[in-house]
Ligand binder design. Structure first.
Ligand code: SF4
Ligand code: SF4
Length: 327
């Protein structure tokens, strides 16, 4: 059942990068957008009464909308919300002073969630710049556990070893050079084998979340899995209100959330109206209640010939939406 527990605001679709796997619709937002500080704060007030207690930020690159981040963080603190992730590419700044100034504003506004740095072969970010960013964040927040890396696997399923390894070495050198916090970079599945020796047991702790690559809906390679996905009823990226830069509200923060089938209204709608729209939406019910696995079985039983198998449930969701079978 769609039961949102969090609001993720994407205050801008603008970004300094152009990653090949990006699905953000940059035409959303701009002048006249329904997403403003005022509508965001009014939305926070509405959601307070409905067991939504978390706020996160995404984009585009959210630091390009620092005024929004600062004001909405402040309002969230005043209302007792917790913070979840703020997704960033950690390379949005031209100079370190500007970057530190933006971080200071966010810190002073009371943001104490996780700063999640997208870091993989697709972003291909200059390591030195990401190091500057992580150093500034851990210094300003005076916490060694407030940064994590979110790293999308390469298309062949391997991790972005070269990038992560270089960053790990750079962080190690940074700590030694600057006399900063001792550190432990940990990823159970990956770093055990790649970066033994970096874990000195305490201090800086940077988890690395390895995310599968999700193919585009028209990518034939996507249908070559040996087994089908398991139903998760959107337990991971779903169950939240994702507010796009133009104020459209999606019932999903997976990469399918640009599809009209997952949009349930706008930030100016009431909570009740958004929920009624979600309840009336059969694709959202398929995702959250029936399960897309069952939907797939029903389609096959009705004679629909699928191109192959996929183990990526969000790809299947996106494919249904784009193919027009999600209704
Ligand atoms: S950093 Fe994020 S928003 Fe920017 S291009 Fe890359 S994936 Fe898209
Ligand atoms: S299955 Fe669809 S609705 Fe659910 S999280 Fe994935 S993209 Fe979003």
């Amino acid at each position: 059942m769609f039961t949102p527990k969090q609001i993720v605001f994407a205050p801008t679709g603008a970004c300094n990068l152009n990653c090949s796997h990006c699905r953000v619709d940059r035409s959303r937002g701009g002048n006249g957008s329904a997403l403003t500080v005022e509508t965001a704060v009014a939305f926070l007030d509405q959601c307070l009464a409905h067991e939504i207690d978390r706020v996160g930020f995404s984009g585009g690159e959210p630091f390009l909308a620092i005024d929004f981040l600062e004001a909405v963080s402040k309002a969230s603190v005043e209302r007792g919300f917790y913070f979840d992730r703020l997704m960033t590419n950690a390379t949005w700044f031209d100079d370190v002073d500007t970057m530190r100034g933006a971080l200071q504003r966010l810190y002073a506004a009371g943001f104490d969630g996780t700063i999640a740095v997208s870091f993989d072969s697709y972003h291909a970010a200059p390591v030195e710049k990401v190091l500057q960013f992580i150093k500034a964040v851990t210094g300003i927040w005076q916490r060694g556990d407030c940064v994590e890396l979110v790293s999308v696997l390469n298309r062949d399923g391997t991790a972005a070893v070269v990038y992560i390894d270089e960053l790990a070495v750079g962080l190690s050198a940074l700590v030694k050079r600057e006399g900063g916090l001792p550190m432990a970079i940990q990823d159970q599945a990956y770093l055990e084998t790649v970066r033994q020796g970096l874990d000195d047991g305490s201090g800086l702790y940077i988890p690395i979340l390895l995310m599968p690559y999700s193919a585009a809906a028209d990518d034939p390679v996507a249908w070559q899995a040996s087994r089908w996905f398991k139903d998760d009823y959107c337990d991971g990226p779903g169950n939240l209100f994702f507010v796009h830069p133009d104020g459209a509200v999606a019932a999903c923060c997976g990469f399918g959330n640009e599809n009209p089938q997952l949009i349930i209204g706008t930030i100016q709608d009431s909570y009740e109206r958004l929920m009624a729209s979600a309840t009336a939406n059969s694709h959202i019910r398929d995702c959250y209640e029936k399960g897309l696995g069952r939907k797939r079985q029903e389609m096959e039983a009705a004679g629909v010939k699928l191109p192959g198998k996929t183990d990526d449930i969000c790809f299947f969701c996106d494919w249904l939406c784009r193919r027009g079978t999600a209704e």
